[in-house]
Design a protein around this ligand. Structure first.
Ligand code: ZN
Ligand code: ZN
Length: 333
């Protein structure tokens, strides 16, 4: 029930009179296959999206939701994107965040002190190499910066705990695909359905003992599982090839970090490098956290990215903001 309701908020095709900004959604199946298609224009492009998916709420400056009123306004559509945007028969029709490697945002890889070390695909390669070498990388996610590290390496996860000053709360783990989720957890079909929903929330699932180091969730039988919420997350997770701890890049008492300059200043002591880009985050939004009840219904622990702002048509329970709704499930967010 609740899981299926999230689909109501998945699609946005330039309504005539939008009353609110649609939520951010994970790449749709067509965009995911374009990402992997060597012959496609957007092969390995971390900012691909279409009329059915992509960033919305986090890039919207004002209403109505049109490109000039989003942080995509700095990027001019190239002639190919312009053609796709105007073509009523294609999935990019009136997709306000349409972009491609020729005209859209670009990745950057920076050192801990902010020096640009690489751009584009090379930035991705260096960040991935850094994670695989045991470093902690700050990633500019959809609504805020996150810290990533290899979940399978206990000494690296312990280092992250020290830097985040979080001794024992369960971490969220980013998996590249469902197969990797089921290899490390006891996720049920309903939990997998929530994971693959367009909102791509963190879903609390029971661990499979021994599949990941105890450091990931030392005192609990569960952890927070997540699937990629953007093409960038998908590319990173695919390239690293093993599960990644993925947690908000701020200390417990600090607000979320979404501004690039602030990230360098605040996170330099926690991260060994920054995988960022030149599309500003207009509205910071945390990752959503849900859990599935025994009867299959979805309960929000935190209602945020992918669900905010709530649409009048959505029939999910009314919750507000990004507060923690069920504090007994304290996850390191
Ligand atoms: Zn799409
Ligand atoms: Zn383009």
């Amino acid at each position: 029930m609740g899981v299926l309701n999230t689909r109501a908020a998945s699609s946005f095709r330039h309504p005539q009179f939008p009353s609110t900004v649609p939520p951010d959604t994970a790449p749709c199946a067509a965009c995911r296959s374009e990402l992997r298609d060597r012959n496609a224009r957007r092969h390995r492009y971390p900012f691909l999206s279409c009329g059915e998916c992509g960033p919305r709420y986090s890039i919207a400056l004002t209403l109505p939701f049109e490109r000039e009123r989003t942080t995509m306004r700095a990027f001019w559509r190239c002639s190919d994107c312009e053609r796709e945007y105007a073509d009523a028969g294609r999935r990019w029709h009136r997709a306000e965040a349409i972009a491609c490697p020729q005209c859209g945002p670009t990745l950057s890889w920076r050192s801990a002190n902010g020096t640009v070390l690489a751009l584009g695909d090379e930035a991705l390669r260096q960040a991935v190499a850094s994670v695989r070498a045991g470093c902690i990388v700050a990633l500019k996610g959809i609504g805020s910066y996150q810290l990533l590290c290899a979940a399978g390496r206990p000494e690296v996860v312990a280092k992250l705990r020290l830097r985040k000053r979080r001794p024992s709360q369960p971490f969220a783990v980013l998996f590249a695909d469902e197969r990797k989720v089921t290899a490390a957890t006891r996720a049920s079909e309903a939990e997998l359905e929530a994971l693959r929903s367009p909102a791509a929330p963190i879903v609390l699932v029971n661990k499979l003992e021994g599949a990941l180091p105890a450091e990931v969730a030392p005192e609990d039988a569960w952890l927070g599982a997540m699937l990629p919420s953007s093409a960038l997350h998908q590319l990173v997770a695919d390239a690293v090839g093993t599960p990644l701890v993925c947690t908000a890049a701020n200390l417990p008492e600090e607000p979320m970090c979404s501004d690039d300059a602030e990230a360098i200043a605040r996170l330099g002591a926690m991260a060994d490098g920054f995988l960022g880009h030149d599309r500003p985050i207009a509205r910071p939004v945390a990752d959503s956290v849900v859990r599935i009840e025994a009867d299959g219904s979805l309960v929000f622990v935190r209602r945020a990215r992918g669900y905010e702002p709530e649409r009048a048509s959505a029939s999910a329970p009314r919750r507000s903001g990004t507060r923690l709704i069920a504090p007994q499930y304290e996850l390191v967010l």
